[in-house]
Design a protein around this ligand. Structure first.
Ligand code: EPS
Length: 388
């Protein structure tokens, strides 16, 4: 069995938990490296009060690490919900703590609320929204941080930046991914364009005052990938499919593009593909990357380029029309505390799920119970590709 993981936890429960199994032994991992990623996800402009003032996300490793290295056993990690103190009654596990006054009955259009209560036969949308909440992505970010550390041992790096928030578009600078990423890290909305950053922040403030929310678009790029991760031979082994699933599984995501994506609908074949060249030092290479680094469901050695669309959040200060789930009367949807435009946070989560998926396909190709074994397999394959 390859690399796999699960998360658990409700948004206002005690904590989030994840179990990651299948990493080889001997991967150096520190709490600090994971906490850096959690902070990158948490502290961006466009977040609500909880992210700014209440949470202070930090990982606790419960199993699978010893003296700073993975053991090859399941890694269990938790992220505490500091807000739990305010929710112990509302989220109690005890039957006698039930109180009708805690029930939420006004489903938000665009949220999991209504489909969830119908599917699970619940009378309180909180039974659904607690798990549907993007709070869960703190756990995935922590898992992603561990996978990212593993990939970095093979010089594989993952970057991201925001391209658009609420219709304010930015220009993608003609720079290497690491440099665009470094510029984005300086921006409160993780946009590498200073002018656009200001406009995006202003748009978020306007939306917040209007009780509204904004969506956006971000890009994730992975560099240093060997040729041949993923496979053309079966539908569920194709890397573009796996990455699209991983990104689409992030809360509020509505579309994913690979390489030139949507744009390819309107260009001719002669302009859509990346011509092949050969150099004694580089081996086979391309001068363009319309394919976004993936051909036939496999990496082709160029950077993997992905873009994801984040919809405006469904929790509105000025709510939309809805229906009371018990009385069926027409009402406005629930007003709950939330974020305004967490697109920058979404980009960090996009990096995390990309790291997890790439680590999965990397390990399914190279295997290894110890990092030394993985490295030997990787080096042998790379030498074979070089000497092809
Ligand atoms: C979220 C609503 C907000 C966000 C939360 C996701 O939480 P609350 O309702 O407690 O204010 O802060 O995001 C996180 C807690 C997080 O860690 O990202 C939602 O409804 O999805």
């Amino acid at each position: 069995m390859g690399l796999r993981y699960l998360t658990s936890g409700e948004s206002h429960g005690k904590c989030l938990t994840a179990i990651l199994e299948g990493l080889p032994a001997g991967v150096p991992v520190t709490k600090k490296e994971v906490d850096v990623e959690l902070a990158r996800r948490q502290h961006t402009f466009g977040r609500g009060a909880r992210q700014q003032y209440i949470e202070n996300d930090a990982v606790e490793f419960v199993s699978g690490l010893r003296f700073g290295q993975t053991l090859g056993s399941p890694i269990t990690l938790t992220v505490e919900n500091k807000d739990w103190v305010h929710w112990e009654k509302i989220m109690s596990v005890e039957a006698d703590a039930f109180d009708e006054k805690y029930s939420l009955v006004r489903p938000r259009p665009g949220h999991a609320d209504l489909a969830g209560v119908l599917k699970f036969n619940r009378r309180d949308t909180r039974d659904i929204l607690e798990r549907a909440s993007a709070r869960e992505t703190a756990a995935r970010t922590a898992v992603g941080a561990v996978c990212r550390k593993f990939l970095s041992l093979f010089d594989i790096h993952i970057y991201s930046w925001v391209l658009e928030i609420g219709g304010v578009k930015s220009k993608r600078p003609p720079l290497p991914a690491a440099e665009i990423h470094a510029q984005a890290e300086e921006s409160p909305v993780r946009c590498a364009d200073a002018q656009a950053t200001k406009k995006m922040m202003a748009a978020i403030q306007v939306a917040k005052r209007a009780g509204d929310t904004l969506g956006g678009l971000y890009e994730v790029v992975a560099t240093g990938l060997p040729v041949g991760l993923g496979s053309h031979i079966q539908w569920d082994l194709k890397l573009d499919g796996l990455l699209a699933q991983a990104l689409m599984s992030i809360q509020a995501h509505k579309s994913v593009e690979v390489g030139d994506g949507l744009h390819l609908a309107s260009v001719k074949g002669s302009k859509a593909h990346d011509e092949i060249f050969y150099d004694m030092d580089k081996g086979f290479f391309r001068k363009t990357n319309h394919a976004g680094g993936i051909e036939g469901g496999m990496t082709n050695g160029e950077p993997v380029v992905l873009r994801a669309t984040f919809k405006p959040l469904a929790s509105l200060g000025r709510p939309l029309h809805s229906v009371h789930i018990k009385t069926k009367e027409e009402i406005k949807a629930e007003i709950v505390r939330s974020d305004v435009a967490p697109v920058a946070a979404a980009a960090v989560i996009g990096e995390a799920v990309t790291a997890i998926t790439l680590a999965q396909v990397f390990l399914s190709k190279f295997g290894g119970d110890s990092i030394r074994e993985t490295r030997d397999n990787f080096d042998r394959y790379q030498a074979a590709v070089r000497n092809f």
